[in-house]
Structures are given as structure tokens and as C-alpha cells.
Write a protein that binds this ligand. Structure first.
Ligand code: AMP
Length: 199
């Protein structure tokens, strides 16, 4: 297995580049944000609770995130690898991720950190808001998401740097150019062959 975390602030292109990784290497894409947005359609009590946090730009409590994510992750133990997009978002999540993967004989092989300047991030989020109308892509909520990112998530860069698996990539370029940089990142660590089968 080859397991990757795609890491970066809101609007840095995590979702887009994760999809590219799926296409190129046949990995399984696990996006906590995307999963929450899909689940919200069920209107269950837990989904209402999730929506309270998401719609304000705050992190959903760890016990909810972990329950949802690990169940899915462990269903894909036989896959070529996993892409964690938007997870972990704080130190607790990172430590638990490592613990649970290790227990199953798995590990994170690479953390791709997408580096994008703040002005460009705002521009991209605004464009996304116009295109998809995400409820958390509005000014006040965007502000909260950046504050949360700086306070809780950013520290993970140091955590993964110390672990020797961080690869920083400038995301200030067209999507295919950024993806070429990401591929180089992956091949430096350990070559995984492109996937040519059916997804
Ligand atoms: P994203 O699609 O990754 O931008 O996530 C959208 C929202 O979902 C975030 O602002 C959080 O409210 C919530 N969320 C996604 N992933 C996580 C996570 N790993 N931990 C806590 N909350 C999360």
C-alpha cells in the first residue's frame, strides 16, 4: 500500500489534486469534508450536529470524524493505497491516525503540503463559491476556517517534517503543473507505478 496525506489550507487544491492522484495511481480517495457534505442530505441528528460546526467553519469534533473515517479506511485495506484529503486537521487526529494504521500494519508514506499564498486562496474560494455554492464558502466562515487552520492544523507540517515524510509543493501554478510537482514528490520517496486499469 502507498498512503498519502494531501495537506494544505482551504482553497489550496487538495480535492482537485487528490482526484488526479486517484486517476494516476488508482488509490482510494478519502475526503472527510466531502463525506460530511454528502451525509448532510440524510438529515439525521448527528448530521445536524456536524452541520453546526461545518457551517461556521469550525472543526467537527474528533470522535465523529474518526468514527466515520476509520470505518471507511479499514474497508479499503486491500487497495493500492489511500489518499487522506482534509484529514488529519489537528494533532490528536494525526496521532490516532498513526496508531490505528500501525495496528493494522499500515502507515503514511507521504504528506504532500500544498503551499499557496493567502490572496490566491481567497480568490480560489470565491470562484468555487460562485461555481458550487458551498455554504461554508462565505466571507465570515472562510475567515474562521483560516483561523482554525492556523491554530490547529498548520502545526502538523512540523510533525510530519520531523517524521521525514513531508514534501512541500508550490501550488501557485496551473493544476497540471502542480500535479507534476506532486508526482515528483511521490517518486522521490518510493516509486509507485501509474495505474492503467479501470477505476
Ligand atoms: P473541507 O471540505 O476539507 O474543506 O472540509 C469542510 C469542513 O468539514 C471543515 O471546515 C470542517 O468543518 C469539516 N471537516 C472536514 N475534515 C475535518 C476533519 N478532519 N476534522 C474536523 N472537521 C473536519
Amino acid at each position: 500500500m502507498y498512503n498519502i496525506i494531501v495537506f494544505g489550507p482551504p482553497g489550496s487544491g487538495k480535492g482537485t489534486q487528490s482526484k488526479n492522484l486517484v486517476r494516476e495511481y488508482g488509490l482510494v480517495h478519502l475526503s472527510t469534508g466531502q463525506k460530511f457534505r454528502m451525509d448532510l442530505r440524510d438529515n439525521s441528528a448527528i448530521d445536524e450536529l456536524i452541520n453546526k460546526f461545518m457551517s461556521r467553519g469550525y472543526l467537527v469534533p474528533d470522535y465523529i470524524v474518526l468514527r466515520s473515517l476509520f470505518k471507511t479506511a479499514l474497508q479499503h485495506q486491500q487497495s493500492k493505497g489511500l489518499i487522506f484529503d482534509g484529514f488529519p486537521r489537528n494533532k490528536n487526529q494525526a496521532v490516532l491516525l498513526k496508531k490505528i494504521l500501525n495496528k493494522k500494519g499500515m502507515k503514511i508514506d507521504k504528506v504532500i503540503s500544498l503551499e499557496v499564498e493567502e490572496e490566491e486562496l481567497i480568490r480560489r474560494i470565491m470562484r468555487r463559491a460562485r461555481k458550487y455554492g458551498r455554504t461554508d464558502d462565505v466571507a465570515e466562515v472562510i475567515h474562521n476556517r483560516f483561523v482554525v487552520y492556523e491554530a490547529e492544523t498548520l502545526q502538523l507540517k512540523e510533525y510530519y517534517k520531523k517524521a521525514g515524510i513531508l514534501c512541500s509543493v508550490s501550488g501557485m501554478a496551473p493544476i497540471p503543473v502542480v500535479f507534476e510537482r506532486i508526482k515528483r514528490c511521490i517518486n522521490y520517496g518510493k516509486a509507485i507505478k501509474p495505474y492503467r486499469g479501470k477505476l
